[in-house]
Design a binder for this molecule. Sequence first.
Ligand code: UDX
Length: 438
Amino acid sequence: MDLCIIGSGYVGLVSGACFAEVGHHVVCVDNDQRKVDALQAGKIPIYEPGLEDLVHRNVAAKRLRFTNSIQDGVDSSQVVFIAVPTPPQVDGSVDLTYIERVAREIAGVLKPGEYRVVVDKSTVPVKTGEKVADTIRRYNKGAEFDVVSNPEFLREGCAVPDLMNPDRVVIGSASQKATDLMKQVYEPFRAPILVTDVNSAELIKHAANSFLSLKISYINAVAAICEASGADVEMVADGIGMDKRIGRNFLNAGLGYGGSCFPKDVKAFIAISKQLGTPFKLLEEVERINAAQLNRFIDKVRNALWVLKDKQIAVWGLTFKPDTDDVRNSVAIELVNKLVAEGAHVTAYDPKGAEKAVEWKLIDPTKVKLAPTPLDAVKDAEALILATEWKEFSNVDFAEVKQSMHTPLVFDGRNLFDPETMAQFGFTYHAVGRAGGK
Ligand code: UDX
């Protein structure tokens, strides 16, 4: 099929490449000419395992191309996906100006007699589909189209496998013609397809992300109880996770959830529920626990070091999770900045995220030293904090780490290391919600 994706960010670019990989012809549209130029020159603006090869292969096979022209994209496609940002506003509600602008732009290029399915892939509040349809109708009275909601559930760091092998595909549609076309788009993925009305599909995305955030805050609250009682949150998570109704996934205690989705989506769902007159107070508690989790962790570091001012602290990890270079809303960065604000001397190492953290001015390189390797970061450190659970941190030579450090004190913010192994190496080891983690 011929598909167009408007917005070549995370969701748009990875979706475009995966649609091309299964045989569709895809045009990715972006209004940022520099991004289009870079993509046309084979440069991928984000780090995502497997993405570069996928893009290069499909561009070479002439199934994937990039343009800045919506006209070009819409003219040459049966299905037009909208994948532009929906950032939060100050009050937590969603800023829909990019969506509205794209709806007008699509209206401006739709030709009479040429039916198109317009698909909302961006995360939007319930009832946005109705507004997109109204807008297109207002700016193009003769347009023949249907608006469909098709939320994206990919996780950064494993976006390609998530898209190639989705747990489910949700299609919110009020038109059989549009549903049939959408089923054709997804047929090659052989994934379970759930067809709903448009409003339900939109709600599924916010409800799913809020539920996952709730799971994380739940286990983090349990971790606090474990620390107070001497229990071990890893064992507790295993024990409750073996109940199939609960499941072990997303019960990893740590520094709390971050990233470009969960914090924003929980806030948005709270705002949406308020606007609809049905406030979802449970989610306010989810946010409170998440914020408290980092502070509790910093308290732990402070308790051990007594005073943070002038202490040499190594931090491993800056990205919001492993296998990505994304540092947006990263708890690791918040941690670094809080330590610096208290006068600590922080040396940080991250396999992929350091450059963007500086480029996006999330850390100040005159205040935070960036090390080229994990071992360089721990030199003379009075404490090591693991903030993001990159796999390579498990493979570091801990005998060398211990030798390099001024004091063998480790705070594991993601429960990556084994407490017994750390003890064998001679570290004083603190984790989250684990025996000895107080
Ligand atoms: C998330 C959703 O998983 C995805 O379906 C949606 O489309 C976009 O948002 P992503 O933001 O890429 O994906 O990250 P995810 O792997 O879900 O992790 C989010 C945050 O939660 C990270 O900061 C991670 O460290 C934290 N987390 C996750 C935990 O603290 N504990 C867990 O058990 C799982």
